[in-house]
Design a protein around this ligand. Structure first.
Ligand SMILES: [Zn+2]
Length: 378
């Protein structure tokens, strides 16, 4: 174990500093071993392709600070994996032997900076964009990032029509997501969809996982219910990095979108599934790195702490419910008090009150056991 002056305590300080500035300023405070590869500014000479505004506008309830003021930066995480911060949700980039995989696409207005960041480390084709949920700050850039890439033949984006076309790649990287993401972003014929069709997933899966290979195994896992019912998290096996989407985010208390199938019990299950995949190097530091939906690069220690936090608060609210307390009384009892400094918010899209209410409603709904079972599969 190596805890130096820049080791454990330094990391913690850095983490707090980053959190304080809403996850936007990484330059001076990246975690140990992660260097800033390419600070990027808007390049005036860039020809801006149209960045379609979605009909949804800013995603209400996504629980995150406005990233407009953020600077797009690319950080090397480990192995073949990089993280791009400052473009909405964190974006994960894997540069493999053959091509590039991008997890989450960020906001559309940041796409040109995101593409410039990717091009600063590779000129390989982007073949896949993976969406971890249907939140706008995760999928808003789908169209732009996809259009900058290419689709392999025999994918939904590029179906094989005849033998002659067999080996032709076509513009537009495939967009992979769980089927519930497509259902949420699209709409039945005649209805107005939440997002324009150019942003919709092109390749969907509806079971527990999808696997890709790009110089290493890339496993996409779907926990049945967590932040929503369409979440995916992505494990890059050899690089030893996991990109979690909003199952794990340091920007707020976990955003449980009950209206979209989200569940606090399912979220804790999903965090436990992810933790099982993590291998700490020594004393819980280093080893597998975790890219959260929002916030700085983390390791096993951080996500275990987060899982414990959610579990402890759930336990307190469960206890209060058993005491017969109302939601108002539970809120007044401040079940989150000791964590509010890190995750609490009284204003914005995802307040502490909204988190407490989501947990309260789920635990007092009476369907908890069944839901928990449904969410425990992997
Ligand atoms: Zn998010």
């Amino acid at each position: 174990m190596q805890v130096t002056a820049e080791g454990k305590s330094g990391n913690r300080t850095a983490t707090k500093f980053i959190r304080k500035v809403a996850g936007m300023e990484f330059a001076a405070a990246v975690r140990n071993g992660n260097r800033v590869v390419a600070p990027l500014f808007v390049i005036a000479a860039l020809v801006l392709v149209s960045a379609p505004r979605t009909s949804a506008g800013r995603n209400p309830g996504s629980g995150h600070t406005d990233p407009q003021s953020g600077k797009v930066e690319l950080l090397h995480v480990q192995g073949d994996v990089y993280m791009i911060a400052g473009a909405g949700a964190n974006i994960t980039v894997q540069v493999g032997e053959e091509f590039v995989i991008v997890v989450d696409a960020g906001l559309p207005e940041k796409s040109q900076e995101v593409l410039a960041a990717i091009r600063s480390v590779t000129d390989k084709h982007i073949l896949y964009v993976i969406d971890t949920s249907a939140d706008e700050d995760h999928v808003g850039g789908n169209g732009n990032i996809s259009q900058a890439g290419w689709a392999l033949p025999n994918t939904s984006r590029n179906p094989v029509v005849s033998d002659e076309e067999k080996f032709h790649v076509q513009t537009g990287a495939s967009i992979i997501a769980h089927i519930n993401v497509l259902n949420r972003m699209s709409a039945p014929t005649g209805k107005v969809p939440l997002f324009p069709e150019a942003l919709w997933p092109t390749d969907i899966y509806d079971n527990r996982y999808w696997r890709l290979y790009n110089g290493e195994g890339v496993y996409i896992y779907h926990p049945s219910r967590a932040h929503t019912d369409g979440d995916s998290y992505v494990f890059f096996r050899r690089s030893d990095v996991i990109s979690t989407g909003d199952i794990f985010t340091l920007a707020s208390y976990p955003v449980i979108k009950a209206g979209q199938g989200g569940s606090v019990n399912g979220l804790i299950d999903a965090l436990n599934q992810i933790i099982e995949l993590l291998e700490p190097k020594a004393n819980e530091e280093g080893g597998t790195y975790v890219i959260p939906g929002h916030g700085p690069i983390c390791d096993r220690h951080d996500i275990v702490e987060y899982r414990d936090m959610v579990t402890i608060i759930r336990g307190r609210i469960q206890y209060y419910i058993k005491q017969g307390m109302t939601l108002d009384a539970i809120e007044a009892a401040r079940p989150t008090l000791d964590y509010d400094g890190l995750y609490g918010a009284t204003t914005g899209p995802w307040t502490t009150g909204m988190f407490i209410e989501a947990v309260y409603r789920e635990l007092s709904s009476g369907n908890t056991q069944q839901e928990q079972k449904a969410g425990a599969g992997r």
